[in-house]
Design a binder for this molecule. Structure first.
Ligand code: GLU
Length: 480
């Protein structure tokens, strides 16, 4: 048997982190088993589905490296399959037309509430005579198609994550709506119905999805039975929770993959983090791995039942590890769009070679890609803003004199290098008989506007390459 799994997002919003994590588990399982990973877009909800969300979902999955083997298939292109299947169930007497109005349903619910009963459809139109149905139709009532659910049935399955699951037919809310009807006949199919038809048609062997779908599974199993098909295996994965232990939602701020992308996370780090949301490798101390490495070790035995708490600090840590280890060339390519967003110009000697030098300097301090904007601002602007500490430093006695010494040494130096810079510092310290610390702090304050930051000599070299070092030293002396 070839394993076939699917991710089946509804394009009613951008790719959500929960859906993406479900996609990760599907992908890992498919790759582990040498199976196929299929992408299906569940777009039957016409009001809420939008093409830009589909676009966002496809882009997000690709960006994360979750390449699919088949699809994307669109449910709206498969409507005939569903209406034929509805007709089959109607012909077999397993489904029927229900004309109950929304007012009647409302009254039914009120009465159940008054008796402290769980809301359910009371199957009142299950056995309408032809004359009754014709009357309702003549009244102009619209109808839905309901699938009969036997209250006495016990439905069980062995969930790959949660073990034995057991439901009673009576807990499923009465005969279930599988399609709305339109004037022409059978209209929009509903989720539980279309999903089963598609999973059968696409020969899905394992349905791996969030645990919020558990209550749908017994209904779907009954539909498989009605079509004489063997249900797939089911694996219901834990939800992603916020720090308060509640389901991660829009209220927690960032939830869609494109937002994580904008925040400066590298896809390899984010997908690595998502893999750990509910799963751990056999060596649970191992935290950094590629999707391929995780796939080799993936099994449902190591998927937790409990919800997975989303931990920003851990994601940041993982991201920093990836950025620190990344080849410089690749990192430059990822940083250029960030710098462009900040409207930094790549002129005046700021060529690829110079960018390499800059990236080597800031790489060890990056947590997110966007951090590079603030860290490199002083290299992209002509003048710097001075912090209070830097101003105090520049006002210190002796500061202007050492900086003047540095300027005249610089004027005698045709080409600056690391060793020449070190020699110049030594020479001025000696000539002026000052402490090296005074010179270094003053130099840093004048060149970078701050007393803290990355390696001073490398920062100076970078500024020298774009001709900004001397002007900054001169300005610092003039201003303070
Ligand atoms: N369209 C459903 C969703 O986005 C798919 C659920 C399933 O995998 O069956 O939640």
């Amino acid at each position: 048997m070839t394993v076939r799994v699917r991710i089946a997002p509804s394009p009613t919003g951008n790719l959500h982190i929960g859906t993406a994590r479900t996609a990760v588990f599907n992908w890992l399982f498919a790759r582990h088993q040498g199976g196929k990973f299929i992408l299906r877009i569940e777009d039957t909800d016409k009001e809420r589905s939008r093409p830009e969300y589909t676009e966002n979902i496809l882009q997000g999955l690709s960006w994360l490296g979750l390449n699919w083997d088949e699809g994307p298939f669109f449910q709206t292109k498969r409507l005939e399959l569903y209406s034929e299947a509805v007709q089959t169930l109607l012909n077999q007497g397993l489904a029927y037309r229900c004309y109950t109005t929304s007012e009647e349903l409302e009254a039914m619910r009120e009465a159940q509430k008054a008796k402290n009963e769980a809301p359910r459809y009371d199957n009142r139109h299950r056995n309408l005579t032809e004359a009754q149905a014709a009357n309702y139709k003549a009244e102009g009532r619209s109808c839905v198609i309901r699938f009969k659910i036997d209250d006495d049935r016990e439905i069980v399955w062995d969930d790959l994550v949660r073990g034995k699951m057991s439901w009673r037919g009576s807990d499923l809310g009465g005969d279930m709506v599988i399609a709305r009807a339109s004037a022409e006949g059978i209209g929009q199919p509903l989720y539980n119905f279309a999903v089963v038809l598609d999973d059968m048609d696409m020969q899905i062997t394992h349905v791996i999805r969030g645990e919020d779908h558990i209550s749908n599974t017994p209904k779907q199993i009954l539909l498989y039975e009605a079509f004489g098909a063997k249900p797939p295996e089911f694996a219901h994965t834990p939800l992603i929770l916020n720090i308060d232990g509640r389901k991660l939602s829009k209220r927690d701020g960032v939830t869609s993959i494109s937002e994580f992308q904008q925040m400066g996370f590298a896809p390899e780090a984010l997908v690595n983090y998502m893999t750990l949301l509910g799963w751990s490798p056999p060596d649970s101390t191992q935290e950094i791995f590629t999707l391929e490495e995780a796939a080799k070790q993936f099994s449902f035995e190591r998927v937790n039942k409990a919800g997975a708490k989303f931990d920003w600090a851990k994601l940041d840590w993982l991201n920093s590890q990836y950025l620190h280890e990344m080849p410089v060339d690749k990192l430059i390519d990822l940083l250029i769009p960030e710098w462009e967003k900040a409207e930094y110009q790549f002129t005046g000697g700021r060529d690829r070679h110079w960018l390499e030098h800059l990236v080597v300097l800031i790489q060890p301090s990056l947590t997110r890609l966007v951090d590079a904007v603030g860290m490199s601002q002083l290299f992209f602007t002509e003048t710097v803003e001075y912090s209070d500490e830097a101003i105090a430093q520049l006002k210190q006695e002796g500061s202007a004199t050492v900086l003047k010494g540095m300027i005249s040494a610089l004027e005698k130096t045709p080409q600056l290098s690391e060793s020449i810079a070190q020699d110049m510092i030594k020479q001025v310290v000696k000539e002026q008989n000052v402490k090296k610390g005074l010179l270094m702090r003053s130099l840093r304050a004048a060149l970078t506007g701050d007393l803290h930051g990355p390696d001073l000599i490398q920062s100076w070299l970078l500024l020298n390459q774009i001709g900004l070092d001397k002007s900054r030293l001169t300005k610092a002396i003039g201003d303070w």
